[in-house]
Design a protein around this ligand. Structure first.
Ligand SMILES: Cc1ncc(COP(=O)(O)O)c(C=O)c1O
Length: 388
């Protein structure tokens, strides 16, 4: 039995065209862009071209003095950490309660170091309530140095009102960092047009490799480094740049952007079919975040009268790969802070699983998945009733 992969919010398969480009780079020879010999100069050119190509996908150039910049990192976690610790000087932070753990944990750590954090509430369907942000920033002594709001939630897929948030932040002159890890390559984003100050993304969410990501920075924005000890990337993120990975990220992003519309359409059809197919058989399933626009391929479903860990394990045995809990890591799974922030009942929190399709998922897989998931749910639900 082939496992059907429905965990594309955790990571995606590398696009074969991207894999080819990585292999080509890795077999080209040594590549340290800081070296002053011919190999080094050549890899510097390759790196710069890849970074410019990423800029084109985001509607920015990186070759202007004091212009926008792209800091290459190891992925979303590092970019988020760099943004929260390096921007907004020592002012307090304002962020939603549903941010990814890499943002929440960094904020809590900064709070323990004396940097206050204002937590922004979300509604029952998981979208940030921006009135609270406006009220906060209207206070003359708010002390906020940085606002951080994700572009779409990784669990529910609920798209956040980033353009409105950017307008509010611009009115009050406060930088806005956006964790766009789940939307880059899936939804259009032009940070310059939106008035965003910093954007996090990571290649493995759009069919690139793991281990590489970036933090986009608006023109003139100053950032304090986390690492010290090398002159790479204007000393904001020292360390030898992974040329092959950056080339792969740029290739993956270009493909994702070129195919964005057709992929979104495809993912939406598959996701809707999955939800409808399951609801037809189990009308009391709860689809989280359904009243808001969601990422086309994401579905967060509460399987009432079961518990998510048992469902997850039974689904794995039945050939369905999905995820439970709040972290992208499948190993541990504390109750979802996102669903708790949404005010969902304990029963919903304890029975919710996340499914994510990609452009490589097929309708035939979805039809098989509906049968497998439905059978597992009927069985576990029945067992729980018997236990009770
Ligand atoms: C919204 C969001 N931010 C950050 C991350 C972390 O990215 P990475 O795994 O590249 O560190 C993830 C996923 O893992 C995510 O979904």
């Amino acid at each position: 039995m082939t496992t059907i992969y429905l965990d594309n919010n955790a990571t995606t398969a590398v696009d074969p065209r991207v894999a080819e480009s990585i292999l080509k780079q890795f077999t080209r020879g040594p590549a340290n862009p800081s070296s002053q010999h011919a190999y080094g100069r050549e890899s510097r050119g390759t790196l710069d071209d890849a970074i410019e190509a990423i800029g084109t996908c985001l509607g920015t150039r990186f070759d202007q003095p004091n212009g926008a910049r792209l800091i290459i990192t190891s992925g979303g976690t590092e970019s988020n950490h760099l943004a929260l610790t390096g921007l907004g000087d020592s002012g307090s932070l304002a962020l939603t309660r549903i941010e990814h753990p890499s943002v929440v944990a960094t904020a809590k750590w900064l709070e323990s170091q004396g940097r206050p954090v204002h937590w922004l509430d979300v509604d029952r369907d998981g979208q940030v309530i921006l009135d609270r942000l406006e009220t906060l920033l209207s206070q003359t002594d708010h002390g906020v140095g940085l606002v951080s709001i994700m572009a779409a939630n990784n669990e529910t897929g609920v798209i956040q009102p980033i353009d409105e948030a950017a307008k509010i932040c611009q009115t009050f002159g406060i930088p806005l960092h956006v964790d766009a890890t789940q939307t880059i390559g899936k939804l259009p984003l032009n940070p310059l047009v939106s008035g965003i100050s910093a954007v996090t993304f990571t290649a493995h969410k759009f069919h690139g490799p793991t281990g590489v990501g970036a933090l986009w920075l608006a023109p003139q924005l100053k950032i304090h480094p986390v690492f010290h000890g090398g002159e790479q990337q204007l000393e904001t993120r020292p360390g030898t740049e992974p040329v092959a990975l950056v080339v792969a990220m740029s290739e993956a992003l270009k493909l994702a952007v070129d195919e964005m519309e057709s992929s979104a359409e495809h993912c939406r059809r598959l996701r809707d079919r999955l939800e409808q197919g399951l609801i037809n058989q189990h009308p009391d399933l709860v689809i989280q975040g359904k009243t808001h626009d969601r990422l086309p391929g994401t579905s967060s479903i509460s399987f009432l009268k079961t518990d998510r860990q048992s469902m997850l394990m039974a689904l794995d045995m039945a050939g369905i790969a999905c995820s439970s809990g709040s972290a992208c890591s499948s190993g541990s799974s504390p109750p979802s802070h996102v669903l708790i922030a949404m005010g969902r009942s304990n029963e919903e929190v304890e029975s919710t699983l996340r499914f994510g399709v990609s452009k490589f998922s097929t309708m035939e897989e979805i039809d098989r998945a509906i049968v497998r998931i439905s059978n597992v749910y009927s069985r576990l639900r029945h067992n729980k009733n018997v236990d009770n």
